[in-house]
Design a protein around this ligand. Structure first.
Ligand SMILES: NC(=O)c1ccc[n+]([C@@H]2O[C@H](COP(=O)([O-])OP(=O)(O)OC[C@H]3O[C@@H](n4cnc5c(N)ncnc54)[C@H](O)[C@@H]3O)[C@@H](O)[C@H]2O)c1
Ligand SMILES: [Zn+2]
Length: 385
């Protein structure tokens, strides 16, 4: 079991990463439970799929930790659960059950459960304690850490939210065995992101042999998740409210988000969009001289070895640029995180549209890229959802 502190002073907490810790050690050790008073009840928010697989062990762990009772609050599965209606339903459930500040809201599931349960916990009674129990790779390495919570509006993703740090994060990598392959690969894109942005042991391990991780060997999972958590914890501690350093975690996300917004490309998972976005960012970095030669091919090799798309059709240049312009941070050119080399990220505030257009055109509209997209089929076939 690996314990990684997120150093945020009074709002600090530990992320515990391990194998089989959900029903046992981590929760029973209860490092995150307030020491001075018992938790009366835990309200566990999860969708039916996650509840079927993991509610039992989570409940056992919470009860063993001395929590008085466990109440399951179901939410729908998928991104549509990130809505104000679902937050309202959760808060009303909490009110009906007379939940109060000595109780605990627990998010059991992927980033969706974390974001929606976290936002309910941030706002119900102006804030109640909240525990993250991430069960997707994306949530274990990214979404569950850092305190960003929120929901979508019809007008856009994550437009309503709050910072609300959890009291702890319990990342049991054994929960990842039931994750559909495509969801798992989507999480691998965030792992690749951390590896490329921070370099070091993680990148080296992935480049040497991604086999154990792809096979979801528990030891490999634990190591990769812990390395990503350390990187995220460091960045969050330096920039809790996303005003600077945290930006580097957006690597690959400028184009990734644009792709997600364009309906014709909506068949991609978030991670697939991010993979394409990182490959694009590498080409931008070489084209602008931010990076020397070799970065593009390094990206292509890494992404291909993880079964992620590094290429594939891109939308028309005008559509991509229009999507960039909708970005909150757009100022006459799109803001990009680029790499001078692996492990060395720089934020370029305004990449001019002309450069974006020419890099976009390099490969000709709509033509597939040089990378074998393998299991990360961007067209949406083969989805296990
Ligand atoms: N708050 C943040 O900092 C942050 C960061 C990154 C992403 N996010 C958000 O996270 C969301 C994406 O999260 P996600 O990729 O985890 O998707 P998700 O939460 O929708 O989960 C994906 C699917 O996997 C299923 N699932 C989850 N765990 C499982 C398990 N162990 N076994 C079997 N099935 C399982 C779920 O039922 C769901 O169908 C997005 O809404 C995104 O905006 C938030
Ligand atoms: Zn992401």
């Amino acid at each position: 079991m690996i314990r990684i502190p997120v150093a945020l002073g009074p709002r600090g907490y530990d992320v515990v990463v391990g194998r089989g810790i959900l029903a046992g050690e981590a929760v029973a050790g209860a490092p995150f439970l307030p020491p001075h008073r018992p938790v009366e009840r835990a309200f566990v928010v999860s969708d039916p799929r996650v509840a079927r697989a993991w509610l039992g062990p989570a409940e056992a762990g919470l009860l063993a930790a001395g929590v008085g009772g466990v109440v399951h609050l179901p939410i729908p599965e998928g991104e549509q659960a990130k809505s104000l209606q679902v937050v309202e339903a959760l808060c009303r459930q909490l009110a009906v059950q007379e939940a109060h500040r000595d109780d605990l809201v627990v998010a059991l599931g992927g980033g969706v459960a974390g974001d929606v349960a976290g936002f309910a916990a941030a706002t119900y009674m102006r804030g109640v304690p909240f525990l993250q129990v991430p069960t997707t790779l994306t949530a274990q390495v990214d979404a569950a850490i850092g305190g960003k919570t929120g929901v979508n509006l019809p007008e856009g993703k994550n437009l309503v939210g709050a910072f609300h740090q959890p009291v702890g994060v319990v990342a049991d990598v054994l929960t990842l065995v039931t994750l559909p392959e495509r969801e798992f690969r989507s999480g691998l894109a965030e792992v690749a992101k951390v590896a490329l942005v921070f370099g070091g042991d993680l990148l080296e391990a992935l480049e040497r042999d991604p086999g154990p991780l792809l096979a979801r060997e528990p030891g490999a999972l634990e190591e990769a998740v812990a390395r990503c958590v350390r990187a995220k914890a460091e960045v969050v501690a330096a920039d809790e409210r996303d005003e600077g350093r945290r930006l580097v975690l957006n690597y690959g996300h400028t184009l990734g988000h644009a792709l997600e917004r364009l309906d014709a490309f909506a068949g991609r998972t978030h991670g697939e969009g991010v993979a394409v976005g990182m490959a694009f960012a590498a080409r931008l970095a070489e084209a602008t001289g931010v990076a020397g030669p070799g970065l593009v091919s390094r990206h292509a090799r890494l992404l291909a070895s993880l079964g992620l798309p590094g290429g594939g059709p891109l939308p028309a240049a005008d559509d991509v640029l229009r999507a960039f312009r909708m970005d909150k941070k757009y100022r006459g050119g799109a803001r990009f995180v680029l790499l001078a080399e692996a492990g060395s990220a720089v934020v370029v505030p305004e990449v001019p549209e002309g450069v974006l257009r020419s890099v976009r055109e390099e490969r000709g509209a709509g033509r597939a890229g040089p990378v074998d997209t393998g299991g990360g089929d961007p067209a949406g076939e083969g989805s296990e959802r």
